[in-house]
Design a protein around this ligand. Structure first.
Ligand code: CS2
Length: 461
């Protein structure tokens, strides 16, 4: 396999499932990991033959595992041809992606390719030396088509709605702009099954690395820390085989849709809510936020009153029990998952995590006050100044534009109106829904006048 995006989540999730699948069922699968940006993963892994430690942190303690499923690591900016050749290798049967939401170069509100994205503009002009995952996929698929190589399967493992068809759509759009009959061949030959992925995996810190060195006597800069829980639900549509991930606990289903909605809205929706409102209230981690009673109450209110009523029940799942399990996972004192980390890239996350649920409520004539407060929290956060007057290091592809819109507005209502007009986030419908705009404006004013903690407490009272 080839994997694009060898970050912490991949090393705590895909690589572990593959390692365990081969331990359980045998097989000669190996992963060629490709970093699209930085040499860090390669520099960390290559000196140790791709081996690294996965540290599971639960309330009962720590468990260390040595993971050996990464066979090699490539750095795309150093040698695009080597990456294309690796993906075009006939022995490669699956390409998996954890490139984060912004890696799809799409319009978050519609899911369509953004043809004006700088990487897409570059890659259409330089198809043999691409920058984007999409550019690399198209170059490799074009090479496989020329070589008559077996069809491979492209498996998105990112937190996006219908991630398989979204990935397929942006790849086909890009291919059509480059070579229309390549697009037709991809459409007929390459499956893009959907997945739901779930494991809380904070960014690895120097303290994590130092603690492992002290406990295990080895310096492992490629290590990852993660929670015990994991869930992988996969649409079983593969062109040329796959590892026996079911032997490591993955669930193969006909349709992932209901599981995906459950996870994106119930987990990621409350994660983003806690990220913005928790950060503004001074909570550095998710565990600290849910230890603060109004924030735990807000999560419960969101699940019971505003999220679960919009969800179909996935086969085999109990949504109330899932909500209880989420609160337990969030409260894990061993996992220091920073609100600042989750707050990243909100313009790429809000549509599928919160705004889809908002639309589901509005369609039932319900104005979801909790979710509107979460949206107001995001608006306050991207303004770039926290409640102590300190700057917020806002990481987002639209950070500069969002900050400018927020700071050039002359009133809270004007700030909300300006940000609601960002179509890439809110689409063309929400800005003109007076119920939504009024509720977000009211919540935003409360944040400005009373602060996040009081706003949360007032919402759950
Ligand atoms: C988090 C996710 O950083 C974030 O945006 O909400 O990475 C979350 O930890 C995972 O989706 C959990 O499965």
């Amino acid at each position: 396999m080839v994997h694009l995006g060898p970050g912490a989540f991949f090393r705590a999730f895909n690589a572990i499932y593959t390692d365990e699948a081969m331990a359980a069922a045998g097989g000669d699968w190996g992963i060629c990991a490709v970093s699209l940006r930085s040499p860090d993963a390669r520099d960390q892994l290559e000196p140790q033959d791709g081996l690294y430690t996965a540290v599971e942190l639960g309330p009962e303690g720590r468990r260390h595992r040595l993971i050996g499923s990464i066979a090699r690591v490539l750095v795309a900016p150093e040698d695009q041809a080597a990456v294309i050749a690796a993906m075009a290798d006939p022995a490669v049967r699956v390409v998996t992606l954890t490139i984060t939401e912004k890696g799809y170069c799409h319009n978050p509100a519609t899911g369509a390719l953004d043809p004006d994205h700088p990487d897409i503009v570059h890659d259409l002009d330089h198809p043999d030396s691409p920058r984007s995952a999409i550019g690399f996929l198209c170059a490799a698929l074009a090479q496989r088509r020329r070589d008559g190589a077996p069809p491979l399967t492209v498996l998105s493992c990112d937190n996006l709605p219908s991630n398989g068809s979204l990935a397929r759509g942006v790849v086909l759009d890009f291919a059509r702009r480059r070579e229309p009959d390549l697009a037709d061949w991809i459409a007929d030959t390459i499956p893009f099954p959907a997945t739901m992925v779930d494991r809380i995996t904070p960014a690895t810190t120097d303290a994590d690395i130092a603690r492992l060195a002290q406990q295990e006597g080895r310096h492992d800069p490629a290590m990852v820390v993660h929670e015990p829980f994991r869930q992988w639900v996969i649409e079983d549509r593969f062109a040329s085989g796959r590892p026996d991930w079911q032997d490591a606990g993955a669930q193969f289903v006909q349709s992932v849709d209901a599981h995906e909605l459950m996870k994106l809205r119930m987990l990621n929706g409350t994660h983003s809510t806690l990220a913005y409102l928790g950060y503004l209230a001074g909570h550095e981690t998710v565990a600290e936020a849910v230890a603060d009673p109004p924030f735990a109450a807000l999560c419960r209110m969101l699940w019971q009153q505003e999220i679960i009523p919009t969800l179909p029940r996935p086969e085999g799942e109990d949504l109330d029990a899932y909500a209880d399990s989420l609160l337990t996972r969030y409260a894990n004192p061993a996992i220091r998952h920073r609100t600042w980390q989750i707050a990243m890239d909100g313009s790429q996350k809000l549509p599928q995590r919160i705004l889809g649920t908002v639309r589901g409520n509005l369609a039932r004539d319900v104005v979801p006050r909790g979710l509107c407060l979460a949206v107001a929290g995001w608006m306050r956060y991207v303004g770039g100044i926290d409640e102590t007057g300190a700057d917020i290091d806002v990481r987002d592809p639209l950070a500069a534009r969002l900050k400018s819109l927020s700071q050039s507005a002359d009133s809270p209502a004007a700030t909300v109106a300006a940000l609601l007009d960002v179509e890439q986030v809110f689409g063309s419908d929400l800005a003109t829904d007076d119920r939504f705009a009024a509720a977000v404006t009211s919540a935003y004013k409360t944040l400005v006048n009373s602060g996040a903690r009081a706003a949360v407490a007032g919402t759950v009272r």
